[in-house]
Design a protein around this ligand. Structure first.
Ligand SMILES: [Fe+2]
Ligand SMILES: [Fe+2]
Length: 483
């Protein structure tokens, strides 16, 4: 089996298309890591559902059509594999100092430390999200949603495998040590937290979960897209295949919030309620009022923006210049792909005011990727607003200003409203309950989190999906709970 193969090999414990069976050193390393991974999965994976068959897709090839196979599987038996998108013959580096040179099949010495860092950071987010979501199964609003949660969980775990493979294969002893650390850190643990802030936040309820898959997973997508441009070809190919799975995670967030909004709008109309702020009368209907949806959105959007790092970053400039991390859809951008003299407009705080400033484009790459991200998020929010508008309810969801509630970058030291007006400390503390989820919101959401496990049924606060997974009938048993 060659590295170019699109077929997956099951002749070793680890399904792969990287010729593992003839790579004794890496195979041995991964076979040792595997039981530790399974221990982690048992301890930190979905709580209470390890032994039930779940209707999951498993990646079985990297063919565009038919890369996934659906079937019932108990999660600990899921075939986590190492899959790289096919090698593109003659591929050259698409940006930076090495523009036009052949991509690297091995790690260049100069880029080693930075590449390892990027792979470790990406790898750390994957198990973190599984940890954050491990209690959600018990309060799933339907078997359909339960199945989708577990699909995301097993795929995030596969993404961990993907990064661990790169560490074992290309980074020797320190790579293997990093792979172990990825199983040791824990989301939210004060002694040994995950590396990035948003991945240490709790995911206490399903609204948070859908917001997470929409906003935080989408940061992941943007990072993967940039890494898919990498001059280090194995990283580019790995992330390219991960993006195939990631599309489903985006879908779950997009449609999850859409279904919540729809349920709220339908209930309001049915009960002749027109004021979206009339929470006293909306909540007794068992749906989530739109202002609470907005506050949750504000929270998840702002913590996800922090993941892009500082607007101006010499690290980001270095990653680009040295050919290891490109821009979002680098190929489609029409410029010199080197950015030596280019400028980019960045929002900054200047003498107490927020305004656009033209800066050197190279150090502004985090800001640029964040802008690409914000544009994509806005398209999703538009679709939610279409549902609200069609229902005739006077409410518009919106993305808060990038200066709102930040802990990283240009606006970390100020307070601002979701509209971008700067507030004093006192004003912020007086007003923040209007912008961010309150204890009362959380208590209400928590009161809704009661599992619905009858096939084809859904909790009151979420509408059924438009299209079922794998064209199954409406009351298909996505998870066999044996009850
Ligand atoms: Fe992932
Ligand atoms: Fe994801």
């Amino acid at each position: 089996m060659t590295a170019e193969s699109t077929q997956v090999s099951y002749d070793t414990l680890i399904p792969n298309n990287v010729g593992l069976s003839s790579d004794r050193r890496v195979l041995k390393g991964l076979e040792q890591w595997h039981p530790e991974f399974l221990n982690w999965w048992h301890d930190m994976g979905p709580d209470g559902f390890q032994h039930v068959p779940v209707y999951l897709r498993t990646a079985v090839s990297v063919d565009r059509d038919g890369w996934a196979q659906f079937g019932y599987v108990k999660m600990p038996d899921y075939r986590w594999g190492v899959l790289l998108a096919p090698r593109i013959e003659g591929r050259t580096i698409g940006f930076g100092h090495y523009l036009g040179e052949p991509v690297w099949q091995e790690v260049p010495g100069e880029q080693r430390a930075a590449l390892r860092r990027l792979i470790v950071i990406q790898g750390d987010t994957e198990p973190a999200s599984v940890e954050q979501q491990r209690h959600l199964g018990k309060t799933a609003p339907s078997l359909y949603d339960l199945r989708n949660l577990f699909q995301v969980n097993v795929e995030e775990a596969r993404h961990l495998w993907a990064m661990v493979y790169l560490l074992h294969k290309y980074f020797g002893r320190d790579g293997r040590e990093e792979a172990q650390e990825l199983l040791r850190r824990r989301s939210g643990d004060s002694n040994s937290p995950r590396l990035l802030g948003a991945f240490n936040e709790a995911t206490p309820d399903w609204l948070s979960y859908f917001m997470f898959t929409f906003f935080t997973d989408r940061d992941g997508k943007m990072q993967l897209e940039s890494l898919a441009q990498s001059g280090f070809d194995p990283l580019a190919r790995t992330t390219r295949f991960m993006l195939t799975e990631e599309a489903h995670h985006m879908f779950i967030g997009q449609t999850g919030i859409a279904r919540i909004v729809k349920s709220t709008c339908l209930a309001m109309r049915k009960n002749d309620l027109h004021d979206p702020y009339d929470v006293e009368r909306i909540r007794p209907l068992g749906v989530i009022d739109l202002p609470t949806v907005q506050r949750k959105l504000n929270f998840h959007f702002s913590v996800s923006l922090d993941l892009f790092g500082s607007e101006i970053s010499t690290n980001a400039a270095g990653f680009f210049d040295s050919g290891i991390k490109g821009r979002y859809r680098e190929n489609g951008i029409e410029d010199d792909h080197q950015l030596v003299t280019a400028t980019y407009s960045v929002l900054k705080l200047e003498q107490g005011h927020i305004g656009s400033v033209d800066t050197a484009a190279l150090p502004a790459l985090n800001a640029r990727l964040r802008d690409d991200y914000v544009r994509e998020c806005a398209r999703g929010v538009d679709r939610w607003n279409t549902i609200i508008r069609k229902a005739g309810i006077p409410f518009t969801l919106f993305l808060p200003h990038v200066a709102f509630s930040r802990t990283v970058g240009e606006f970390a030291d100020i307070h601002a409203t979701p509209q971008g007006h700067i507030l004093t400390d006192d004003e912020w503390h007086q007003q923040k309950h209007r912008f961010l989820p309150t204890a009362d919101d959380e208590a209400y959401l928590n009161s809704l989190m009661i599992s619905v496990f009858e096939p084809g049924e859904f909790a009151s606060w979420i509408a059924p999906p438009g299209n079922p997974i794998d064209n199954k009938s409406a009351n298909f048993k996505y998870v066999r709970l044996n009850r």
